[in-house]
Design a protein around this ligand. Structure first.
Ligand SMILES: [Zn+2]
Ligand SMILES: [Zn+2]
Length: 393
C-alpha cells in the first residue's frame, strides 16, 4: 500500500504545487476564509468526498466513508487562515492581497490536507474506517477550533492527526514529538489603582506607575525563584498604559501580557499565584488592584500511540534519518489542543527548510518561504498514517 500511496502522490505533486501557489497568492485573514473555503470544497467534491461548507463559520468538512464497521472516525485537521503581514518574499506567486500573507504555512497545511484527501479517496475501498478532513478557519486568533468543535466536527471522532510546517528542519524530514508539543497561552490583564497627586510631592499620593514597575519585576523574579524550573512558565508584559502628564502622579496603570506554560497542573495554579504576587506588592504600598486571567488555548499534548503511528509511518516511507524526534516543545500556541479535549491526537512538524540555505526565515516573517518538496512528504506521511490507523483497528 505504501508504494501505491507514493505513486499516487508523485503523480499529484505538480498539481499540489499549483494548488499551494494559488492559495499562497490569495491569502485571507482569520474568519474571512471565504474564497479559500470555496476552493477547498471544490477540490474535495471533485475528488469524490462528501463535503459540508459553512461549518464553524468559514470551515469545510470532507468525508471518506471507507468500509467502516462502526461509526468511529479518524479526523485529519488542517488550517486555512493567513496573517496581517505585508509579504516581502519577492516570489512570483507572492500574495496579491495588500497586507495579508500566508506567513505561517497554512497554505501548505491546506494543500497537504487536500493532497491527503485526494490519495485516500483513491484507495477508499481499502480503508476499513471513516476519515473526516477538517479544514478550519481562524487558527491565528485561536478561535477556529472552537467554532468547528461547536459545530460538531468531533462527533464520533476516535483520533485526530494534525501537521504544522517547521522551517528549522529541512524539507524531506518530519519532526515527531512525544508529549507536550506547544504551550498553553493565556491572557493577563492587571490594573493597578493608586492616588493622583503632584509630581513634586510623592508622599501625598500613591504612585501607580512605580508600583506597576514593582509588579512587573516581582512577577519576573518570582518565576525564577518560586516556579519549578523544569516546568517552564513564560510571562511577558507586552503593553503598559498609564499616567496623564510628566508632573502628575499616575492613579491608574494597566498591564497586558501573555502567559505560556507546558504543564496542565502548573497552568491551573497560575491565576492564583499571579494574583498573590500582585496583591503583595500593591498591599505593601497602598494601591488597589484587579487581575483578569483569561484562559486561552491549552497545551498540545500528543498522544503516545498516535505519535508512534506518525513516527513509524514516516520511517517506513523514508528512513529513520528523515524522522527527527524533537527533544523540545515550543512555547508557541496552537488551537489543535482544543480538539484534544474531545479525542486523543497527535500533530507532527513538517520540515520545510531549504537545505542549501544557512538561514530559513522563521514563521510570521514577511520573507517566510518554504521548500515546496515538503508538500509531498507531508501528504505521504498523513495518508499512510491514516491507512495504517484503520489497518490496526
Ligand atoms: Zn501562526
Ligand atoms: Zn500556524
Amino acid at each position: 500500500m505504501l508504494t501505491r500511496i507514493k505513486d499516487i502522490a508523485t503523480n499529484l505533486a505538480p498539481r499540489l504545487v499549483e494548488i499551494r501557489r494559488h492559495i499562497h497568492a490569495h491569502p485571507e485573514l482569520s474568519g474571512q476564509e471565504y474564497q479559500t473555503a470555496a476552493f477547498v470544497a471544490g477540490v474535495l467534491s471533485s475528488s469524490g468526498l462528501h463535503v459540508e461548507e459553512g461549518v464553524g463559520k468559514t470551515g469545510v468538512i470532507g468525508e471518506i466513508p471507507g468500509n467502516y464497521h462502526d461509526s468511529r472516525v479518524l479526523a485529519i485537521r488542517t488550517d486555512m487562515d493567513a496573517l496581517p503581514i505585508q509579504e516581502r518574499s519577492g516570489l512570483d506567486y507572492a500574495s496579491r492581497t495588500e497586507g495579508v500573507m500566508h506567513a505561517c504555512g497554512h497554505d501548505v497545511h491546506t494543500t497537504v490536507g487536500l493532497g491527503t484527501a485526494m490519495i485516500l479517496s483513491q484507495i477508499a475501498d481499502e480503508l476499513s474506517g471513516k476519515i473526516r478532513f477538517i479544514f478550519q478557519p481562524a487558527e491565528e486568533i485561536a478561535q477556529g477550533a472552537n467554532w468547528m468543535v461547536n459545530d460538531g466536527v468531533m462527533n464520533h471522532v476516535a483520533a485526530i492527526l494534525g501537521v504544522h510546517v517547521f522551517p528549522s528542519i529541512p524539507a524531506g524530514s518530519v519532526g515527531i514529538r512525544y508529549g507536550a508539543l506547544t504551550a498553553a497561552a493565556d491572557d493577563l490583564e492587571i490594573s493597578i489603582f493608586g492616588e493622583s497627586g503632584h509630581g513634586a510631592r510623592p508622599h501625598e499620593a500613591v504612585d501607580a506607575i512605580w508600583i506597576a514597575a514593582q509588579v512587573v519585576t516581582a512577577l519576573q523574579q518570582a518565576i525564577s525563584r518560586t516556579q519549578n524550573p523544569l516546568r517552564p512558565v513564560v510571562l511577558s508584559i507586552g503593553k503598559i498604559n498609564g499616567g496623564r502628564a510628566p508632573n502628575i502622579i499616575a492613579d491608574k496603570v494597566e498591564l497586558l501580557g501573555t502567559v505560556r506554560s507546558l504543564h496542565p497542573e502548573t497552568r491551573k495554579e497560575l491565576p492564583q499565584w499571579i494574583e498573590n504576587i500582585v496583591a503583595n506588592v500593591c498591599n505593601s504600598y497602598g494601591a488597589k488592584y484587579q487581575v483578569n486571567y483569561r484562559q486561552g488555548v491549552p497545551s498540545v499534548q500528543n498522544d503516545n500511540a498516535l505519535t508512534q503511528l506518525l513516527q513509524s509511518s514516516a520511517e517506513e516511507a523514508w528512513s529513520s534519518d528523515n524522522v527527527l524526534v524533537l527533544p523540545e516543545p515550543s512555547l508557541g500556541a496552537e488551537d489543535f489542543s482544543v480538539y484534544l479535549e474531545h479525542a486523543p491526537g497527535a500533530m507532527f512538524r513538517l520540515g520545510v527548510g531549504y537545505k542549501e540555505r544557512i538561514i530559513n526565515h522563521p514563521l510570521h516573517h514577511p520573507q517566510f518561504e518554504i521548500d515546496e518538496s515538503a508538500i509531498i512528504t507531508g501528504v505521504i506521511t498523513l495518508a499512510y498514517a491514516a491507512f495504517k490507523y484503520w489497518e490496526s483497528k
